[in-house]
Design a protein around this ligand. Structure first.
Ligand SMILES: [Zn+2]
Length: 485
């Protein structure tokens, strides 16, 4: 850190900037266990806002919440071959309980497909029992060797949705529907524009038929996979005996899906919107949308300013568009120090309120995203602040999208040029791919860039690429490449 006050700049060292910001803005802290983190109230508040937004959208589609155990019998994980291969290297296994060696070791869930589909198998007999639509909010553990706050931790919080259906088409539609909900959350709450699409075979979830994802661009031009939605086909149903009697009386295995979003998204929020001063939290995810900083010199001014401030707080909380307001009444701290503190924490709007403002019946509103200041008559405050919050939310999204597009390359590109881009400033590159594992893995080895998604139609280039960027053979798809977190 340069000094106690300033953050390392993004340009000087993006990784150092990120870590300092997460710690100084009190989103999270390191813990006594390597690779595990403490999520502090500032970070947890963003997670709670996210949970509420997602949970409401899930429930609108008929999904209900449930809870499954933290421990999974080791034998369960072994029932789906690809799944165990994918997860075994990073599981934590309990072998001793109550001082005795367990007959069967218990895996601390890395994800819950196995335990959930074994329960579903007990609950489903007939097509009438389908679809089964369940979600759980929980923690999972993956034994990561290299960890970073929020982005990759051994234990993290997430939701995992699991559904079972009578037909392939229904399962595929559900997989896409959930991807759409994630996109809506990312863009409308997080102000993080995403590219949606399908993962290649090598990047899909272990045990899935196919995986879809939302990919966002961070300010260092790397991609962050923010969430995934999997069509599991009949793989887990076959492994766990999840079958049902069809309307015609035949027996068939159910078609299932799973989809998840984790606290990783908070890291994405920091890397999308943060600046060299601190966080910028999009209003819809901000636990506090507006902070009032009272300014006074004499004691009698203090009482007056604070009383007006708490009146404003109550009024804004009750207004047509309620606003989450906090009054910063901390003593022995200058207004300037408070401004600095709230800018670091990324609260979208600040209201400066001093005796001279009160004489004029006004306050001064300051936007965190642009730092633009404007005096506002107190009578118009509720409406002006509500409008401004909508504007800030939209402007943050638009500026992130403009930034992403400015660092996206489309159109014919030689492999040499691609390597230059990935060695240099990076970004999203859209180019042709022949569909072979050989080209995909050679590109990964040589440049560290991976196919993030085969983009959905709306994100594809107007003119489909004809040839594979690597081997020159006919392209079977347009792929979006980037280095990724
Ligand atoms: Zn090729």
């Amino acid at each position: 850190m340069a000094d106690d006050q300033k953050l390392t700049t993004r340009e000087a060292d993006f990784g150092a900037w990120y870590n300092e910001l997460v710690l100084k803005a009190e989103l999270a802290d390191y813990s006594a266990v390597r690779g595990c983190m403490v999520i502090r109230p500032n970070g947890y508040g963003i997670w709670e806002r996210s949970q509420r937004a997602l949970d409401d959208m899930f429930k609108e589609t008929g999904v209900e919440n449930a809870y499954f155990p933290l421990f999974i019998p080791e034998s369960y994980l072994k029932k789906e071959a690809e799944h165990v291969e994918g997860f075994a290297p990073e599981t934590a296994v309990v072998t001793i309980g109550g001082g005795k060696t367990l007959e069967e070791p218990l895996v601390v869930r890395p994800t819950s497909e196995t335990i959930i589909y074994s329960s579903f198998a007990k609950w489903v007999q007939s097509y009438r029992d389908l679809p089964l639509l369940v979600n759980q909010w929980c923690n999972v553990v993956r034994w990561e060797m290299r960890t970073r706050l929020f982005l990759r931790t051994m234990e993290f919080l997430w939701q995992e949705g699991h559904t079972a259906h009578a037909t392939y088409d229904e399962a595929e539609a559900k997989t896409r529907q959930m991807l759409g909900i994630y996109r809506r959350y990312m863009e409308e709450w997080g102000a993080m524009p995403v590219i949606t699409g399908r993962k290649t075979e090598s990047e899909k979830f272990a045990g899935a038929l196919r995986t879809y994802a939302c990919e966002a661009m961070m300010q260092d031009n790397k991609a962050l996979q923010a969430n995934t939605s999997h069509n599991l086909g009949q793989n887990f149903s076959k492994a766990f005996g999840l079958s049902f009697q069809t309307e015609a009386g035949a027996s068939e295995f159910a078609w299932s899906t799973s989809w998840g979003l984790s606290t990783r998204v908070i890291g994405g929020l920091v890397m999308t919107h943060g600046d060299d001063i601190g966080l910028r939290i999009p209003p819809r995810l901000a636990p506090t949308e507006l902070v009032i900083v009272p300014i006074y010199r004499a004691e009698e001014q203090r009482a007056q300013v604070l009383s007006v401030a708490s009146g404003i707080r109550a009024e804004l909380a009750k207004s047509a568009t309620p606003i989450r307001v906090r009054v910063d009444a901390r003593e022995n701290m200058t207004p300037g120090a408070k401004y600095y503190d709230w800018e670091l924490r990324g609260v979208p709007l600040r209201l400066e309120l001093g005796p001279r403002d009160l004489e004029k019946g006004q306050g001064v509103l300051v936007r965190r995203d642009t730092r633009e200041k404007r005096p506002v008559p107190l009578g118009e405050l509720a409406r002006t602040a509500a409008d401004l919050l909508v504007t800030i939310q939209r402007d943050m999204f638009e500026s992130a999208r403009a930034r992403r597009e400015a660092h996206s390359l489309r159109g014919p590109i030689t492999y040499d040029r691609f390597r230059q881009v990935m060695d240099g400033e990076g970004g999203f590159v859209y180019a042709g791919w022949c569909g072979s594992d050989a080209c995909e893995s050679a590109i990964k080895d040589e440049t560290k860039a991976t196919i993030r998604v085969l983009p959905d139609p709306e994100f594809r280039s107007p003119e489909a690429p004809r040839t594979c960027m690597k081997c020159g053979k006919d392209a079977t798809a347009e792929a979006m490449w980037a280095k990724a977190y």
